[in-house]
Design a binder for this molecule. Structure first.
Ligand SMILES: *[C@@H]1O[C@H](CO)[C@@H](O)[C@H](O)[C@H]1NC(C)=O
Ligand SMILES: *[C@@H]1O[C@H](CO)[C@@H](O)[C@H](O)[C@H]1NC(C)=O
Ligand SMILES: *[C@@H]1O[C@H](CO)[C@@H](O)[C@H](O)[C@H]1NC(C)=O
Ligand SMILES: *[C@@H]1O[C@H](CO)[C@@H](O)[C@H](O)[C@H]1NC(C)=O
Ligand SMILES: *[C@@H]1O[C@H](CO)[C@@H](O)[C@H](O)[C@H]1NC(C)=O
Ligand SMILES: *[C@@H]1O[C@H](CO)[C@@H](O)[C@H](O)[C@H]1NC(C)=O
Ligand SMILES: *[C@@H]1O[C@H](CO)[C@@H](O)[C@H](O)[C@H]1NC(C)=O
Length: 660
C-alpha cells in the first residue's frame, strides 16, 4: 500500500512541477518596448527573468504570489504601475516596495489579504492610487497609514466595511476619490465626515443601504461628486446632506433594488443643499406633480433616465438654471408631453431609447431658444413630413441625432428651422425624400452628416445640395443604381468633403471621373464592396489619401495603376482575391517596396495560384525574370529553328527545280 501511495504522491508532485515549468515558459507580452508588460494568467510564482529591469508598467494579475516581500519585485526598480489582481496574496511583508520610488499605482484587487505590514507601502515617493477592492477588509485600521500622504484615490469596494471611521493618522488632505461601493455601511456620524479634510472629494457609497446620517454631518462640506446608488430611502440622504455643496449627486437605483416610490416630500431635503447635477435613474415617482420639482430650481443638470415617465407635469416653475435634461428610456407618446417650456434655458436635451413610438408633434420644443444638442435616437419616431414643424424655433441647434428611428419623410429644406446645425445623424433611419429635392438646403455650417443605412435614393443628384461646409459624409450601406457611381452623381455638390464612407454599398464600379469634384478628400472608405481594379482610376485626381479597399474583388493591379496608389498615404488592401502569379509581378514588387504605407499586411494574402493561397503578399517570392539557363535554351532553340528553316527552303527549291 505504502509504495503505491508514495508513487501516487510522486506522480502528483511531478505533474504539478511540470505544470509550473511549462507555464513559466510562457512569455509575458510586451506592450511597449522595455516599459510595459502583461504577464496575466500565466501561473507564475515569481517575476520572470525575461522581464527587463526597465519595466515601468506591469500587469501581473491572475498569478500565484501568496506572500510578497522586499525581494519579490526588487529587480524592477522603475515600476510606476503594478497590477496584482487575484494573485492569491495573503501576506504583504515589511518594505515590499522599499526601492520603488516611482511607483504611483498598486492594484491589489481580489486578493484575500490577511496581513499588511505597517511598512509594507513604504518606499514610493508619491503613491497616488491604491486599489483594495475585494480584499476581505472589514476595518479601515487594516490599511497601513505610513507613506500615504500623496494618496489621491483609494478604492475599497466589495469589502465588509461597516464604518468609514478612518485610522487616526490617515492623511486625507490630497484625496480626490474615496470609493466604498458595495460594503455594509449604514450610518455616518458627524465625526466620520469631518475627518475627511479634502475638499472637492468624490465619494462613492453605491450599494450600501444608508439608513441614517447624524444631523449636520455634511454641514458646509464641499464635494465633487457623491454617489448613493441603490439607497432604499432617499429622504435619509437628502436630509443628511443639509448645508453641503456638491457638484454632482448620483441617487439612481438598480433593477433589483426594491425602492420606495419617490414622493414630493422626500425630495424636500434638496432645498437645503447646493447641488448642480442630479441623477435619479430608475426610480418611480408617485404623485408626480409640479411640487415634485419645487426643490430642483437651482439644478443645472437633471437625469431622469428610465424613471417610468409618461409625461412631465405642466406648471413646473423656476427651473431657469437647468441646462441639461436627460429623459432617456421613458414612455412618452408625444414630444409635447415633456412640457419643454418649463425649462427655458436648456442647451442639451436627450430623449433616447423611448419605450413607445414617439410622435414629434408640432412646435413642442419651440420655447427652447438656446437648445444646442438634441438626441432623439432609438425612439421609434415615425414622421411623414419632418422636420420644419417639429423642430420649430430651434434656431441655435448644433447637434441633432435622429438615428435608429422609423421611416421619416423629408421635404425640401426640411431643416430650415435649424440653420446652425453642425452634426446631423440619420443613420439606420429610412429616409423618404421626394424626387429631385434637397432636404439639406440651408445648412451651410453642417460638418458631419451620417446617412448610413438610410435607403437613400442615390440617383437624386440634388440630394446633398446646400451642404457647402460638409466635411464628413457617411453613406455606408446605401445602394447605387446598377452598383455604379456614375460620372455625374450626388457627390458633385459637396466639394469640401474630407472624409467619405462608401463601404457596404454593393458597388461594382466607379466611373473614372466620379470623384473629380472632391478636391479636399483625405479619407475614403470603399471597403466591403465588389470593386475591381478598374475602379482605381477614379482615384487618380486624389493625393495623400487614407484609402480603404479592403474586402473587394481586386485580383490584378496592372502597372499603370501603381502610380495612383503610390500617391496615397495609407492603403488597406486586405481581404481581396489577389493573384500572386507573374502577371501581377510588378504589383507584388511595388507592394513589397511600399509596406510602410500598407495597412493590415497580415490579412493581405494571395488567393491564387492554389499553391500560394493564404501566403502573405509581403512574403511571396516570385521569379518572373528569365534565368540564364532559360535564355541559353531559348537562343539555342531559335538558332536550330533558323537552320532548319534554311534547309527546308533549300530542299523545297531543289525539289521544285528537279520537277520543272
Ligand atoms: C530596449 O532595450 C534594449 C536593450 O537594453 C535596447 O537595445 C533598445 O534600444 C531598447 N528599446 C527602447 C525602445 O528603448
Ligand atoms: C529584505 O529584508 C531583509 C530583512 O529585513 C534584509 O536583510 C534584506 O537585505 C532585504 N533585501 C533587499 C533586497 O533589500
Ligand atoms: C474638483 O475636481 C474635479 C475633478 O475631480 C476638477 O475637474 C475640478 O477642477 C476640481 N475643482 C476644484 C475647485 O478644485
Ligand atoms: C445649516 O446652516 C444653517 C445656517 O448656517 C444653520 O442654521 C443650520 O443649523 C444648519 N443645519 C444643519 C443641519 O447643520
Ligand atoms: C447618435 O446616437 C447613436 C445611438 O444612440 C450613437 O451610436 C451615435 O454615436 C450618435 N451620433 C453621434 C454623431 O453622436
Ligand atoms: C454617424 O457618423 C458619425 C461621424 O462619423 C459618428 O460619430 C456616429 O457615431 C455615427 N452614427 C452611428 C449611429 O453610428
Ligand atoms: C482594413 O480594413 C478592414 C475592413 O474595413 C478593417 O476591418 C481593418 O481593421 C483595416 N485594417 C486596419 C489596420 O485598420
Amino acid at each position: 500500500m505504502a509504495p503505491t501511495v508514495s508513487c501516487f504522491l510522486l506522480a502528483v508532485l511531478f505533474s504539478a512541477s511540470c505544470q509550473v515549468i511549462t507555464s513559466s515558459d510562457q512569455m509575458c507580452m510586451e506592450k511597449e518596448d522595455n516599459k510595459t508588460y502583461s504577464c496575466e494568467n500565466l501561473g507564475l510564482r515569481e517575476i520572470p527573468d525575461t522581464l527587463p529591469n526597465t519595466t515601468e508598467y506591469l500587469e501581473f494579475g491572475f498569478n500565484f504570489l501568496p506572500a510578497i516581500q522586499n525581494t519579490t519585485f526588487s529587480r524592477l526598480m522603475d515600476l510606476i504601475f503594478l497590477d496584482l489582481t487575484r494573485c492569491q496574496i495573503n501576506w504583504i511583508h515589511e518594505n515590499t516596495f522599499q526601492s520603488h520610488h516611482q511607483l504611483n499605482t498598486i492594484v491589489l484587487t481580489g486578493n484575500p489579504l490577511i496581513f499588511m505590514a505597517e511598512t509594507s507601502l513604504n518606499g514610493p515617493r508619491s503613491l497616488k492610487h491604491l486599489f483594495l477592492i475585494q480584499t476581505g477588509i472589514s476595518n479601515l485600521e487594516f490599511i497601513p497609514v505610513h507613506n500615504l500622504d500623496n494618496l489621491e484615490s483609494l478604492y475599497l469596494g466589495s469589502n465588509h466595511i461597516s464604518s468609514i471611521t478612518l485610522p487616526e493618522k490617515f492623511p486625507t488632505q490630497n484625496l480626490k476619490v474615496l470609493d466604498f461601493q458595495n460594503n455594509a455601511i449604514h450610518y455616518f456620524s458627524r465625526k466620520d465626515i469631518n475627518a475627511l479634510e479634502a475638499t472637492n472629494l468624490s465619494l462613492n457609497f453605491d450599494g450600501n443601504d444608508i439608513k441614517g446620517i447624524e444631523p449636520g454631518a455634511f454641514h458646509s462640506k464641499v464635494f465633487q461628486s457623491l454617489r448613493f446608488g441603490g439607497t432604499l430611502d432617499l429622504s435619509v440622504i437628502l436630509k443628511g446632506l443639509q448645508n453641503s455643496t456638491t457638484q454632482s449627486l448620483w441617487l439612481g437605483t438598480y433593477e433589483d433594488t426594491k425602492n420606495q416610490d419617490l414622493m414630493p416630500a422626500m425630495l424636500e431635503g434638496l432645498c437645503e443643499m447646493s447641488v448642480e447635477s442630479i441623477n435619479l435613474q430608475k426610480h418611480h415617482f408617485s404623485n408626480l406633480s409640479s411640487t415634485t420639482f419645487q426643490c430642483f430650481t437651482r439644478l443645472q443638470e437633471l437625469d431622469l433616465t428610465a424613471t417610468h415617465l409618461k409625461e412631465l407635469p405642466s406648471g413646473i416653475q423656476g427651473m431657469n438654471s437647468l441646462r441639461k435634461l436627460v429623459l432617456n428610456v421613458n414612455n412618452f407618446d408625444q414630444l409635447c408631453q415633456i412640457n419643454a417650456a418649463s425649462f427655458p434655458s436648456l442647451t442639451d436635451l436627450y430623449i433616447k431609447g423611448n419605450l413607445k413610438s414617439l410622435d414629434l408633434g408640432t412646435g413642442c420644443l419651440e420655447k427652447l431658444k438656446n437648445l444646442q444638442r438634441l438626441d432623439l435616437s432609438h425612439s421609434d419616431i415615425k414622421a411623414s413630413d419632418c422636420c420644419t414643424l417639429s423642430l420649430k424655433g430651434l434656431h441655435h441647434l448644433q447637434y441633432l441625432n435622429l438615428s435608429y428611428n422609423m421611416p421619416i419623410g423629408l421635404q425640401n429644406k426640411a431643416f430650415k428651422e435649424c440653420p446652425k446645425l453642425e452634426v446631423l445623424d440619420l443613420a439606420f433611419t429610412h429616409l423618404d425624400v421626394s424626387a429631385a429635392q434637397s432636404p439639406f438646403q440651408n445648412l451651410p455650417l453642417l460638418q458631419t452628416l451620417n446617412l448610413s443605412h438610410c435607403h437613400l435614393e442615390t440617383s437624386n443628384q440634388h440630394l446633398l445640395e446646400g451642404l457647402l461646409g460638409l466635411r464628413q459624409l457617411n453613406l455606408e450601406g446605401n445602394h447605387f443604381q446598377d452598383g455604379r457611381i456614375a460620372m455625374t452623381n450626388l457627390l458633385q455638390t459637396v466639394g469640401n468633403v474630407e472624409v467619405l464612407i462608401l463601404s457596404c454599398c454593393e458597388l461594382v464600379s466607379i466611373d473614372q471621373h466620379a470623384f473629380r469634384s472632391l478636391q479636399k478628400l483625405s479619407h475614403i472608405d470603399l471597403s466591403h464592396n465588389s470593386l475591381m481594379e478598374s475602379s482605381i482610376d477614379a482615384l487618380s485626381p486624389l493625393k495623400g489619401l487614407y484609402l480603404n479597399l479592403a474586402s473587394n474583388s481586386i485580383r490584378i493591379l496592372p502597372p499603370h495603376l501603381l502610380p495612383i496608389l503610390s500617391q496615397q498615404s495609407t492603403i488597406n488592401l486586405s481581404h481581396n482575391p489577389l493573384d500572386c502569379t507573374c502577371s501581377n509581378g510588378r504589383f507584388i514588387a511595388w507592394y513589397q517596396e511600399n509596406l510602410q504605407r500598407l495597412e493590415d499586411p497580415e490579412k493581405t494574402v494571395c488567393a491564387s495560384p492554389p499553391s500560394l493561397r493564404g501566403v502573405k503578399l509581403s512574403e511571396v517570392k516570385l521569379s518572373c525574370r528569365m534565368t540564364a539557363v532559360g535564355i541559353f535554351f531559348l537562343v539555342t532553340f531559335a538558332f536550330l529553328f533558323i537552320i532548319l528553316l534554311v534547309f527546308l527552303v533549300k530542299f523545297l527549291l531543289r525539289w521544285k527545280y528537279q520537277h520543272i
